[in-house]
Design a protein around this ligand. Structure first.
Ligand code: E4P
Length: 219
């Protein structure tokens, strides 16, 4: 399973890129706004750090505007993926962009049929938002199960980016289902490293090693 980092923060991206843990990055207007930097410059810097796809989202809501923005964004770097909202105009833009060879990530996907439509329009990636579904009392992971099943049924090559991840369980379940990618916020990524038994175990090993050294030295 590929891990993308769901952030526009350069320090966080560098931190996990150095560990070789991230295969790509996803941003959105909310994440970019937090960084208080010029959009294209920020995206360019992210693209230079990450050896993998970097999603940057359009702001236009009409197909023509989205296509124009996407063509501009795609000039920033070879690893740009243009994020397009799951709307009728969005899919119109995706069709044109896929014919132009520009990679797209259809975002704000909340139903399996939206994902199927996006794939049929030529999306490179689809992003089902699971946390936001959980937030309104739905089972977000059910959406991922359905999308993966449908794409497997028909050999659809569009990759599934499990998005709106809130906790490690979301990552675990996405991996068990066989989703291609999880885009993980840094706060959740950090939690993947930890287990209390690891800490307790390490503490005991080090304590026993100190005791061993004392005995060997005959103190
Ligand atoms: C995905 O590409 C989005 O940037 C992100 O996962 C949205 O997550 P949120 O629901 O936590 O804002």
């Amino acid at each position: 399973m590929k891990f993308f980092l769901d952030t526009a923060n350069i320090n966080e991206i560098k931190k996990y890129a150095e560990l070789g843990l991230i295969d790509g990055v996803t941003t959105n207007p909310t994440l970019v706004a937090k960084e208080k930097r010029e959009f294209k410059e920020l995206i360019k810097e992210i693209c230079s750090i990450v050896d993998g796809p970097v999603s940057a989202e359009v702001i236009s809501t009409d197909a023509e505007g989205m296509i124009k923005e996407a063509e501009e964004l795609s000039k920033i770097a070879d690893n740009i993926v243009v994020k397009i909202p799951m709307t009728r105009d969005g899919l119109k833009a995706v069709k044109v962009l896929s014919e132009e060879g520009i990679d797209t990530n259809v975002t704000l996907v909340f139903s399996p049929l939206q994902a199927l439509l996006a794939a049929k329009a030529g999306a490179t990636y689809v992003s089902p938002f699971i946390g936001r579904l959980d937030d309104i009392g739905h089972v977000g992971m059910g959406l991922v199960e359905d999308v993966v099943l449908i794409f497997n049924n028909y050999g659809i090559e569009t990759e599934v980016i499990v998005s709106s991840i809130r906790h490690p369980w979301h990552v675990l379940e996405a991996a068990k289902i066989g989703a291609d990618i999880a885009t993980i916020p840094p706060s959740v990524m950090e939690k993947l490293f930890n287990h209390p038994l690891t800490d307790i175990g390490l503490e005991r090993f080090l304590k026993d090693w100190e005791e061993y050294k004392r005995v060997i030295k005959g103190d």
